[in-house]
Ligand binder design. Structure first.
Ligand code: NAP
Length: 224
């Protein structure tokens, strides 16, 4: 499976405010780029923190791109994947509407009634891990479901876990022209953080591009 992380960060590396309120960081050209990226992948993944904060639909916005996918024998939208240990995804969240297939990755502590409700709402539940979702195991299951190109769109907790587990191949980050600040504001990679220098994930810069009022950085993860 090829895993791309794509996020938009402020100039000080934040994904959103300390109140976890969505911030418009990208401009229209970057939004188009992200739509193309979505159209080119098999599934788009976010954490439950992002679902609860932003209620994203994670669908392809451009109708020509959706039609092109269908012409290539693909579903009109990529699948959506939510990392959600306790199956907290609201049943009226946009990620569980009928615009695309939805996988909810859960831990083994997720309440059965929540799992049943999500399945009834049309989502496919994938159990992997205990207190938290084990992303490596879950990605293996997704691959068995034909997901070869996975786009991870955040937030900071899930992005960190994906890096920590060594699952990321490429990182693209749009850096926008604003300072959000806040020690508790989500950043590109949160989680516990690496302590040992030897554990840092090393990146190889592939490209730098000026887009809108910011800059797009493309990195490849150096494999150990
Ligand atoms: P998140 O990464 O979306 O979700 C984190 C949650 O996922 C955890 O709290 C945990 O909740 C669950 N989880 C389950 N297994 C996990 C694992 N192995 N590793 C990590 N998380 C796991 O939440 P976030 O970091 O709070 O980010 C949300 C914020 O990011 C929002 O404010 C949103 O606006 C912002 N955002 C910005 C962008 C951007 O590009 N600018 C993109 C996306 C999101 P459970 O234990 O309950 O399962």
């Amino acid at each position: 499976m090829h895993v791309v992380v794509n996020v938009a960060v402020s100039a000080d590396g934040k994904l959103s405010t300390r109140a976890r309120q969505q911030v418009r960081i990208s401009g229209p050209d970057d939004a188009e780029r992200v739509d193309r990226l979505r159209a080119d992948c098999d599934a788009v993944l976010v954490g439950i923190g992002t679902v609860l904060a932003d209620d994203p639909s994670l669908t392809v916005k451009d109708s020509d791109r959706r039609l092109a996918r269908r012409d290539h024998g693909e579903t009109t939208n990529p699948a959506r994947v939510v990392v959600d240990s306790m199956a907290r995804t609201p049943l009226d969240a946009r990620v569980v509407d009928d615009e695309a297939r939805t996988y909810v990755l859960v831990g083994d502590g997720a309440p059965n009634d929540r799992l049943a409700s999500l399945e009834e709402a049309g989502a496919e539940v994938v159990a992997a891990g205990h207190e938290r979702v084990d992303l490596s195991d879950a990605f293996d299951v997704l691959e068995e479901h034909g997901i070869d190109r996975l786009l991870v769109e955040g937030g900071g907790e899930v992005v960190y876990s994906a890096f920590e587990a060594g699952l990321v191949d490429d990182l693209t980050a749009f850096v926008g022209p604003l300072i959000v600040g806040g020690r508790d504001a989500p950043s590109l990679a949160d989680g516990e953080g690496f302590v040992d220098v030897a554990d840092f994930v090393e990146l190889e810069l592939q490209d730098v591009e000026r887009i809108d009022e910011g800059v797009l950085l493309r990195w490849r993860v150096e494999q150990e």
